[in-house]
Design a protein around this ligand. Sequence first.
Ligand code: HPA
Length: 247
Amino acid sequence: MSITAIIGGTGLTALDGLAIHREEVVDTRWGAVSAPVLVGEFHGHEVVFLARHASDHSLPPHKINYRANIQALKTLGVDRIIAVNAVGGITDSMASGVICIPDQIIDYTSNREHTFFSDDFEVTNHIDFTLPYDEALRQSLIQGANDAGLDVMQEGVYGCVNGPRLETAAEIRRMECDGCDLTGMTGMPEAALARELGLPYASVCLVVNRAAGKAVGEITMDAIRQVLADGMQRVRQLIAASLVSPR
Ligand code: HPA
């Protein structure tokens, strides 16, 4: 049976409905993983769950050891990774509460450990990243949304920034000119590291706020929290449906 990993982000530090069989504290040569990995069953499927920001949400985006996390999932023998990301919506269609299965990435991050090959690089380690997300996994998430009766945006460009601060309005205007639909802080280098280890990877993005300058007033954590509660419930339904549908 194949094993699906789910990396939970903000608002998804635990996976309701996961029957936990055991917790694995995985040792990696890259250092500490965000949290013990929960191994169990979710809607009849073998699933491992990793809380990207730690179980108590104590790790901000720039402190996450992305290499350790992806290596741990590889070590546990997972076949694919579904990442869940809370994001800001840039383009008009990306309103608060919208779920998007992005198809492209622009990486604005810097100073993150972004490759497994920093020391022992060989020319074969230039991974192809034309399509950063695995298309079959993306389609199975879109199908899951359809099966669950949930609306999703089937494409979107995810711009990944360092954070932890949110952007200025001008930065968001620039990102929009670049072609970004969404802004978030955790999509990279996670997606590239998964590709380096040959793990199919796709993301379910929940828009939790309109990006800077796209709505009147400040972006408040209270407003974000309100969107997260209902939104992550729908994200769980979507993932459950995509695991259940045979394909
Ligand atoms: N910008 C960057 N990251 C985010 C945002 C945002 O507006 N909302 C949630 N994560």
